[in-house]
Design a protein around this ligand. Sequence first.
Ligand SMILES: Cc1ncc(COP(=O)(O)O)c(C=O)c1O
Length: 427
Amino acid sequence: MGTARVVFDRWDGRYAERMRDVRSSAVRDLFGAASRADVVSFSGGMPDVSRVPTEAVMEAMAQTARDFGTTALQYGSSEGRVELRGIVVEMMAEIGVRVRVDDLVITQGAQQALDLLGKILIDPGDTIITEGPTYLGALQAFSAYQPRVVTIPMDDEGMRIDALEAELVRLGPRGAKFIYTIPNFQNPAGVTLSPERRRRLIELAREYDVPVIEDDPYGRLRFEGGHAKPLRALDEDVIYLGTFSKVFAPGLRLGWVAAPRPILGKLLLAKQAADLCGSAFAQIAAERYFTGTRWRRVVQDLTGVYAGRRDAMLDALGEHFPGEARWTRPEGGFFVWAEMPAFLDLKSLLAEAVEHGVTYVPGDAFFPDGTGRNCMRLAFCYAEPDRIREGIARLAEVLEDRLELYRAFVDAGVVPGGPTAVGSERG
Ligand SMILES: Cc1ncc(COP(=O)(O)O)c(C=O)c1O
């Protein structure tokens, strides 16, 4: 008889209550398997930094050390360097958002902004609204502040505004602390909020007096279709999160928040408590890198590369995936969301997939309540097209094995056929 191994944590009973619901990141947990050479990883949303020219980075770093040495090695201001905020002002203007340097705080990636916003806005038991599925790093950051998370389903045009409205009616004015949304090439669903829905979302947020947090790491990585105005361009009260991670490098840990001044004031207090200030070295290096036009060519190149990988993934899905599968068709960004019949548990299938040399992130990581196990996020950003095709073929084999059983059940009338939510069309 086997004995279950009980892991005794002698610190139990000493942790703060707020850590109770914080789960480990499924993506971080897969890091080991995902970095094995024989495994095709569709799990991490890692930008292909090998496309960023080494000379450009070396030049920026050398200039930082040589010309800004004492400043770069010193503590800096908590809101971040005004020069870098000036660059952000210009970048935001290009996507239709007018902000001034005083409307911005530089953060350690958008991830820190999520944590700080949770810290200043959420009391235990507060309701917050997110898309379902949503970015697991946001769920992780917010969960430490113990909110009740209400998720709004999506379809191919992004968050379903009819469902959002129904929730807002149910919760009443100021019934939620905020609405958190990723309008462009959503992580993990890959879908984009249509312009009409953006307008309507802002109307509803105003009507029900609920702040909106717009997280936009992928907006510049559009492969096709027209640019849709950010929510922040429609309403100055929207709290906008940007990042240099996907257009330059996540290793610098640089992002920003544009928000109404009172929010920024509180955010700065929280940031001072968290880290006093961001790295001056990283900020100056980014300023050097983003001076001139080379960075634009790099973003253009990256966009082309990711578009090719998206195409490879969509083609391979069409060729290899089982007839019961549905998936989304992203116009940019990093991710495809695939859905299998409700019966299939893709979380338990993951170990088998890793054995077959392929990883993905099971869908339940992107929901607060463990739903979504029949779904998976497939990141196409990192692997080369040939590897993507190979990985999808391997994954299809693993799925086919399981589906044989499912088909037998459907034939016997024991379970209904067909999938359910996002990615309603096949291919
Ligand atoms: C939707 C979303 N928000 C925030 C982040 C965090 O990015 P950063 O590297 O800027 O912390 C990510 C990273 O993958 C993301 O996908």
